[in-house]
Design a protein around this ligand. Structure first.
Ligand code: GLN
Length: 502
C-alpha cells in the first residue's frame, strides 16, 4: 500500500483508506523496520497523525485538496522544518530547532503531503555511504551488511524498505542518484536553480540541489512538480515557469530523441562489468522505443572528481565557518563544571573540534587550503577554469544529442566499513555523478537490474538544463517496458549487524 503515490491517492478518493490509516501504516512499518535500517533521525507520530487527520477532515468537508494529499513523505535532515529538529546528522546541530520551514517543505505542506520525519545522511551531506552520521549508519534494505549509498542514504533506504513512497534528498555531487542507484529506487537531481535552496543547510552553494526519490518516475513526477519553481528567498532560484511533469511522462514513443552513449564511462577502469552491461541493455530498450543512439565523448570527464573535490570543500569551508559555538551550533563547555571556556577563541576551537566529525574536518581543511593566499590560483581558481571546460563539454554534447546515457556508480553497494578509512576510494564513488552538478544540469538515476550478488544497479540519464520533462519522459518509457523498479527487497530478515557508531 505504501509503494505508490497514485495508489495512495486512489485509495483515499475511492474511500478505501483514510489519510490517517495510510499514515498509521507508514508509522507502523517504520517502527518495525527502522530498528534494523536506521533510515530516520526523527519521527513524530503525533504530528504525522494530526496532519493526516486534517487532510481527512478537509476531504469530508468537501475542500479541494493538494496534489499530494495524504501521501506520507520523508525529508532529508538537511532541510529546515519548523516543527522537527534539523541536525544534518551532526553533533554540531544536535539541538537545532529551526524557527521556519525550508521552501520545499512549505511546498510539501501546501500540497497536503504528510511529513512523517527526517532522514539520516552523511554529516552535512559529505559522503557516499551514510557512514559519516552522528546517528549511526543506515543499512541497505537489500542487504543490511551493506551501505545504502550517500549522502541521502536514509531518504533512499526508507523508500526501498517501503516505509514511505517518496522522499526528498539533496544532491551536491551525486547524493540523490547514488543512494537511489544502490537502493534500487529512482532519483532525480534537478537543474541548479529549478528547486529552492531556501532553508537547505548549505554544503557547497554553487552545486547543492533538492530533488525527489521514489520507486518510479510515476512517483517522483508529482513530487518534482510540487517542489519546482521560483523562490525569491533563494537568489539563485530561476524565475521561469514550470510545466507539468505529470503530463510530460504520458506517452511511449521516443522517436526523434537522440541519446548519447558516454564512451569514457563505458571504457573506464574499475567499473563493474554488470553495470556496463546494464547500460548497454538499457540502450537497446531506448532504441526499441524509437530513440537513436550516438557515441559521445566528454573529453574532460576525468577531471570531474578532482574539480569537484576542490570546489565543494572550498565552498564548504566558507559555509561551515558559521558553526563556532557562539553564532550557531554546539557550544563546548568545561567538562567538569559546565562553565564557559574562557577566551572566545577557545570556545570556537573546542566547539568545532567536538561538534564536527572527521570527514567534515577533512573537507574544511582541504577547502581552507585550496582558498588560501598563495594557493588559490593553483587550486580553487584553476578548478573554476576546469569547471568551465566541463560545462563546455556538455554544451557540445547537447548540440548533438538530447540525452546522455551512462552509469550512476562504478559498483553496487559495498560492505559497511570497507571504505570509511580510505577517502580517495570513497571520493571515486562520485566518478559519474559530479559532472551534472558542476555543469548545473539535471540527471536521473533509474534501477536497471541486479549484480551477481543480487544488489541493485542503475543507469543514469542526463539532459540539458531545464529539460527535466524530457528526462522524466524517457525514464518513464524505460519503466513501462522494464520491471527493475518493481523488485522489492526482503526486509524481514533479522539484523545481525546492528551497532551504532558514535
Ligand atoms: N559523495 C559526494 C561528497 O561526498 C557527494 C555528496 C553530495 O552530493 N551531497 O561530497
Amino acid at each position: 500500500m505504501l509503494d505508490s503515490v497514485s495508489e495512495i491517492l486512489r485509495l483515499q478518493s475511492a474511500g478505501e483508506a483514510s489519510a490517517v490509516e495510510i499514515a498509521s501504516a507508514a508509522l507502523d512499518r517504520i517502527e518495525t523496520a527502522d530498528g534494523t535500517i536506521n533510515a530516520f533521525t526523527h519521527l513524530n507520530r503525533e504530528l504525522t497523525l494530526a496532519a493526516a487527520a486534517d487532510v481527512d477532515r478537509r476531504r469530508s468537508a468537501g475542500e479541494t485538496l493538494g496534489p499530494l494529499a495524504g501521501v506520507p513523505v520523508a525529508v532529508k535532515d538537511v532541510l529546515c522544518t519548523h516543527d522537527m529538529p534539523t541536525t544534518c546528522s551532526s553533533k554540531m546541530l544536535h539541538n537545532f530547532h529551526p524557527p521556519y520551514d525550508s521552501g520545499v517543505v512549505e511546498k510539501l505542506r501546501a500540497a497536503d503531503a504528510v511529513i512523517v520525519g527526517k532522514t539520516n545522511m552523511d554529516e552535512f551531506a559529505m559522503g557516499a555511504s551514510t557512514e559519516n552520521s552522528a546517528f549511526g549508519v543506515t543499512k541497505n534494505p537489500w542487504d543490511t551488511t551493506r551501505i545504502p549509498g550517500g549522502s541521502s542514504g536514509g531518504a533512499a533506504a526508507c523508500v526501498a524498505a517501503s516505509m514511505v513512497p517518496i522522499s526528498l534528498g539533496t544532491d551536491t555531487g551525486g547524493s540523490i542518484r547514488q543512494p537511489a542507484a544502490m537502493c534500487g529506487v529512482t532519483g532525480l537531481k534537478p537543474t541548479y536553480g529549478r528547486v529552492s535552496r531556501y532553508g537547505l543547510i548549505a554544503f557547497a552553494s554553487s552545486l547543492d540541489q533538492v530533488g525527489p526519490i521514489g520507486w518510479s518516475v510515476q512517483d517522483i513526477a508529482p513530487l518534482m512538480e510540487t517542489i519546482a519553481g521560483h523562490d525569491k528567498r533563494d537568489s539563485t532560484s530561476l524565475n521561469l515557469d514550470v510545466g507539468s511533469y505529470v503530463d510530460a511522462i504520458k506517452g511511449t514513443d521516443l522517436t526523434g530523441i537522440k541519446i548519447g552513449m558516454l564512451r569514457e564511462s563505458m571504457e573506464a577502469e574499475g567499473v563493474d562489468p554488470t553495470i556496463k552491461e546494464a547500460v548497454k541493455e538499457a540502450a537497446k530498450v531506448f532504441e526499441k522505443a524509437g530513440a537513436e543512439l550516438i557515441d559521445i565523448n566528454l573529453p574532460h570527464s576525468e577531471y570531474w572528481v578532482p574539480t569537484y573535490y576542490v570546489i565543494a570543500p572550498s565552498e564548504a569551508s566558507s559555509n561551515l565557518s558559521r558553526y563556532d559555538g557562539a553564532h550557531y551550533g554546539h557550544r563546548a563547555a568545561d567538562i567538569e563544571t559546565g562553565a564557559e571556556l574562557g577566551p572566545l577563541v577557545t570556545t570556537y576551537c573546542r566547539s568545532r573540534d567536538e561538534g564536527f566529525g572527521a570527514e567534515v574536518k577533512r573537507r574544511i581543511m582541504l577547502g581552507t587550503y585550496a582558498l588560501s593566499e598563495g594557493y588559490a590560483d593553483d587550486y580553487y581558481n584553476k578548478a573554476l577554469k576546469v569547471r568551465r571546460l566541463i560545462k563546455s563539454d556538455f554544451d557540445a554534447a547537447f548540440s548533438q544529442v538530447d540525452l546522455l546515457l551512462g552509469p550512476v556508480t562504478p559498483t553496487a553497494a559495498f560492505p559497511l566499513g570497507s571504505k570509511v578509512d580510505d577517502p580517495i576510494q570513497m571520493y571515486l564513488c562520485d566518478l559519474f555523478t559530479t559532472g551534472a552538478n558542476l555543469a548545473g544540469i539535471p540527471a536521473l538515476s533509474l534501477p536497471a537490474g541486479k549484480d551477481a550478488d543480487g544488489l541493485p544497479i542503475a543507469i543514469q540519464l542526463q539532459a540539458p538544463a531545464l529539460e527535466e520533462s524530457r528526462l522524466l519522459f524517457a525514464g518513464s518509457v524505460f519503466q513501462l517496458v522494464t520491471d527493475h523498479h518493481t523488485d522489492r527487497p526482503n526486509t524481514e530478515r533479522p539484523d545481525t549487524t546492528k551497532g551504532v557508531q558514535s
